[in-house]
Design a protein around this ligand. Sequence first.
Ligand SMILES: [Mg+2]
Length: 234
Amino acid sequence: MKRMRALAAVAFDLDDTLYPERDFVRSGYRAVAEWAETHLGLAAPIVQAELDALFAAGLRREVFNLWLEERGLDPARWVETMVAVYREHSPRISMFADAAALLEVLESHGVRRGVITEGYRAVQESKLRALGLAEAFEVVVIGGEEVRERWKPSRAPFEEWLSRMKVHAQESCYIGDDPAKDFRGAREVGMRTMRVRRAEGLHAQEEPPTPGDEPEVEVLDLDEAAHILLPGAA
Ligand SMILES: [Mg+2]
């Protein structure tokens, strides 16, 4: 991809590519901690610190269950509510500065832009709104909770994005951060692939599980991406 001719469009992953996913998690825990203060009579800052510590220890899906158990509370009674508070909170997140800069430089060079992401649909939509990106992209493909079989690494979301964009795979690039799911489907449909491996990213230490999952190129941040995508322009 040293000289990629006729770059027409770029599709971005959302979490940890355009904004720090850790900030979403922290903002969700803060909402849950405030809920716990109101409904369980616990001090919100302490609850937030406890949830943060579990996340920092590498726990993900089990955080609320474990926290409830450690607090002597019944997970069966509370966990669903906590998950709902987490998912429905208004996230306090903002874009990586280099992501905002890359979107601008792509726009100024007439490169079309989109997003391919997945997760709970309402959550992904609320993240885009919080980032001020609700209207920023031509085509946003969100694989919601009802279509898990179409989530990356499936090629389905990439095919959908290309077809809605009416753009050729070979003149498009997908930029993501997760080697376990971001690149295989994109490669299979013929898109260029770029991994942004930020030092603080949640997947920074992970390697592609198979050769088919390897990105074509890897960058440390999106400033470097701009130089590769638009040589001489950024
Ligand atoms: Mg990601």
